[in-house]
Design a protein around this ligand. Structure first.
Ligand code: TYM
Length: 333
């Protein structure tokens, strides 16, 4: 890891069942960034607690996400890959930053509004202060850039506001992060409702392709994907279902929408779906193979989690100590 490089920070919730959206929209595009940046990627298990988790399944999912990061090609020696909960500084800084964040700001967060409508029986305080924990994640590592999809941009904006407010009072404590503008990942929509993003929390399993789905499941989900009754091969907003299938196909094959429209000219939607499922299977097969291999080597993953937690802690704690000193907390160590 090159310490002279700019710092890049990102992560995913450890809620299990990562989708093709998480992969094509985020993970796939993280590979190779370590050549240019000092990269930190968290398995965000504390964020997952806003939804009730089954403890054994939750533990397994966090571990699985770590394996998926590595299987996708993110080298745990060139990048820092760690479990958020293994670095206590996150929760500590989040508490401090809560005291520099206004209720009105949090009430404006669209994800909070959406999720509290969806989980009306469990609108907990963690769901409300979720963006503050995310700000702590990013600011602890003095990140210059944060690659996230559009759905997370509002959270990055509030992170910037909190950092600027804090710096305004105490001087330059935090680097104010920018969204990472690099190779933009695909925005993958639900296969059952192309007006919604593909999401791991979708209750309809046919709406999402999961990274560890087997080939038959992928074929079945693609066959059932919602299209339209126009029976026209085109890439346009008026045919959102087909457009989404083409976007996924492009992201998997590296082709452009024009090339794809040309390739399928005169075909039926069935042929598009068949080609799409084979393209998705081809992209996921090596990743799934590698996850299977990693699952066999318990001590390797244990070791990655331990050594990387130490590396992350070292950086995070430096920032936390500086913050504590600035605000007047006593350091007795
Ligand atoms: P999460 O776990 O919901 O998503 C992880 C990443 O995947 C992207 N993504 C998608 N991209 C394209 N199409 C989709 N259908 C799709 N679904 C998800 C997201 O934009 C995201 O980049 N709050 C964050 C996790 C987090 C974080 C952080 C991220 C916690 N702390 C600090 C960056 C920095 C989240 O819930 O992502």
């Amino acid at each position: 890891m090159n310490k002279d490089h700019k710092v890049l920070y990102s992560g995913m919730q450890a809620t299990g069942n990562l989708t093709l959206g998480n992969y094509l929209g985020a993970l796939k595009n993280w590979v190779g960034l370590a050549d240019e940046y000092e990269c930190y990627y968290g398995v965000m298990d504390l964020h997952s607690l806003t939804v009730r988790q089954d403890p054994p399944a939750f533990r397994a999912h966090a571990r699985e996400l770590m394996m998926i990061y590595i299987a996708a090609g993110i080298d745990p020696e060139k990048n820092v890959l760690y479990l958020q909960s293994s670095v206590p500084c996150h929760a500590e800084l989040a508490w401090i930053l809560n005291c520099y964040t206004y209720i009105g700001e949090l009430q404006r967060m669209t994800q909070f509004k959406d999720k509290s409508a969806k989980h009306a029986d469990n609108v907990n305080a963690g769901l409300f202060t979720y963006p503050v924990l995310m700000a702590a994640d990013i600011l602890l590592y003095q990140a210059d850039v944060v690659p996230v999809g559009k759905d997370q941009l509002q959270h990055l904006e509030i992170t910037r506001d909190i950092a600027q407010r804090f710096n305004g009072i105490y001087g330059d404590v935090f680097t104010v992060p920018e969204p990472y503008i690099g190779k933009i990942g695909a925005r993958v929509m639900s296969l059952q409702d192309p007006s919604k993003k593909m999401s791991k929390s979708d209750e309809n399993p046919n709406a999402s392709i999961y990274l560890l789905d087997d080939p038959d499941t992928i074929r079945r989900k693609c066959r059932r994907a919602v299209t339209d009754s126009e029976a026209t091969i085109a890439y346009r907003d008026e045919q959102p279902g087909l457009k989404n299938l083409f976007d996924i196909y492009c992201a998997c094959t590296g082709k452009t929408p024009e090339e794809v429209v040309h390739e399928f000219a005169g075909c039926g939607y069935g042929q598009v779906k068949e080609a799409l499922s084979e393209a998705v299977i081809a992209v996921l097969a090596p990743l799934q193979e590698k996850v299977k291999e990693l699952q066999k080597d318990k001590s390797y993953i244990d070791n990655v989690m331990k050594t990387n937690a130490e590396r992350a802690y070292y950086t995070a704690n430096k920032t936390l100590r500086k913050v504590k000193k600035k605000i007047g907390l006593t350091d007795v160590r």
